[in-house]
Design a protein around this ligand. Structure first.
Ligand code: BGC
Length: 444
């Protein structure tokens, strides 16, 4: 299995070259697996001020935040609430989903006794085609979401309509952003070297700061020298080292043929990849005496959290892994089974970390091939923060690819950046409305 999931340095270099090529093609409006979506926002100055609400819709965990930006580079959260979307909300009709979001915002306002006009920044962690900072259409669902009637619609308008239906007149969506853009903006509010953002969680994606002169495809009016570009890098599919398990996983996914890189790297899929490898090994009689334990027998039953638990045990005996297997009902598990399972898991996560590092390396070297400057990449997401050794393996890969200069690419952990960033973006939108002669939230 180690060989099946191995990716050599040479292969990573070829992939990086292809990635930069896809970036250029996407910017030029040519067919590309990288969508290269302008976000109609540039880095903040750190002096933006005001009180904003942020709605962070990333996975099934939704957050509302109230953020008071003092304009001195701090990012204090005044209030925050979370709620969990049930599975039916993300797969039913879109109106059910947006209704639930609006009611959640209503409850947040009531519990905090907030009233008056509150501009809201909306982080929507899916591919968005934007023509301004204020709204954008959903291009396609990812990460297994399928809510109907949302693809092709402006999701900021859908939320505003749902807020109106709930008679929440004080809140209005003034800006819309992807979670990678939110993460970059939150970090950049504090760190002027930050020029890229990345999510490594349930899904994966990268955004970065680009000169607008490099964007040759038609874009809406923006009046900026630079813009953040949401690449939708999880959809990258050129020269990826895909193996038979990647092919199997894709076929049974909710979006076959799409998000090829995401399906090799992100938390939604790592467990399933390992499970498919276990099924094969067991079928060949090399694991569990050929009798597949229940936990490996159903699609997506073996989640990525279990992979991280397995990797927490790095003892030679793998006794910890045996205990987990016992708890998960995989009995009896021989020491050899535990060690082989851990090898499979390491192979799957090791490949993910290498691919993630290479795509980030390719991103920053598009405009700085010799890595002359320092690049700080704001990174958020459960895989990056919680998976044992993931960040270290990414850093090791960057050194392998760029030698000493690899350390010029700093992976800067940015927790909860997507929510905070939405507030920063709402503040930027308010500032530009002021300088454009309009009142923030004009027409409200
Ligand atoms: C989505 C991206 C998002 C990423 C991380 C992907 O599935 O397409 O828009 O940034 O997940 O949440």
């Amino acid at each position: 299995m180690r060989r099946t999931f191995a990716v050599s340095t040479a292969r990573l270099r070829i992939m990086m070259e292809a990635f930069r090529g896809e970036m250029r093609r996407g910017l030029n409006g040519k067919p590309s697996s990288l969508r290269m979506l302008p976000a109609y926002v540039d880095r903040p100055t750190g002096r933006e001020r005001g009180t904003f609400l942020a709605l962070d819709l990333g996975g099934t965990n939704v957050r509302v935040l109230q953020v008071d930006l003092p304009g001195d580079g701090r990012l204090p959260v005044c209030a925050e609430d979370r709620f969990v979307l049930s599975r039916d909300k993300v797969t039913a009709d879109g109106s059910v989903l947006f209704g639930a979001l609006a009611r959640f915002i209503g409850r947040f306002l009531r519990e905090r006794r907030l009233s008056g006009r509150l501009p809201l920044g909306f982080t929507f962690s899916f591919p968005l085609r934007q023509a301004s900072i204020a709204g954008g259409e959903l291009i396609a669902w990812t990460k297994g979401w399928t809510a109907e009637g949302v693809v092709g619609r402006d999701v900021a308008a859908l939320l505003n309509r749902a807020l109106a239906a709930e008679r929440i007149s004080g809140v209005r969506v003034v800006s819309l952003n992807n979670d990678t853009t939110g993460t970059l903006m939150a970090r950049a509010y504090l760190d002027p070297d930050c020029d890229a953002g990345c999510i490594l969680g349930t899904g994966t994606n990268i955004c970065y700061r680009e000169r607008t002169s490099e964007i040759r495809k038609p874009v809406g009016p923006h009046g900026r020298d630079h813009m953040i570009i949401n690449m939708e890098s999880g959809n990258f599919n050129a020269v990826l080292p895909r193996n038979r398990f990647d092919v199997l996983l894709d076929r049974s996914s909710a979006n076959p043929g799409l998000q090829a890189e995401e399906k090799m790297v992100s938390g939604k899929y790592l467990g399933e990849l390992a499970r498919l490898a276990v099924v094969e090994l067991c079928g060949r009689g090399r694991l569990f005496g050929g009798r597949l334990p229940e936990i490996f027998s159903r699609r997506e039953a073996f989640g990525s959290e279990r992979l991280s638990e397995i990797e927490k045990d790095d003892s030679a005996s793998a006794d910890g892994v045996r205990e987990f297997l016992w708890d998960w009902g995989a009995r009896p598990a021989a020491a050899g089974d535990a060690r082989l399972l851990r090898d499979v898991v390491r192979a799957v996560s090791g490949r993910a970390a290498r691919l993630a590092a290479a795509t980030l390396g390719a991103t920053v070297t598009k405009n700085d091939p010799a890595l002359e400057a320092k690049h700080s990449i704001a990174v958020d997401g459960s895989v990056f923060h919680k998976y044992p050794g993931f960040k270290a393996r990414m850093e090791e890969t960057l050194r392998e690819l760029f030698g000493g200069r690899g350390s010029r690419i700093a992976l800067a952990p940015m927790r909860d950046g997507s929510g905070l960033g939405a507030a920063v973006i709402a503040a930027v939108a308010a500032e530009s409305a002021k300088t454009g002669g309009k009142k923030p939230g004009a027409g409200w």
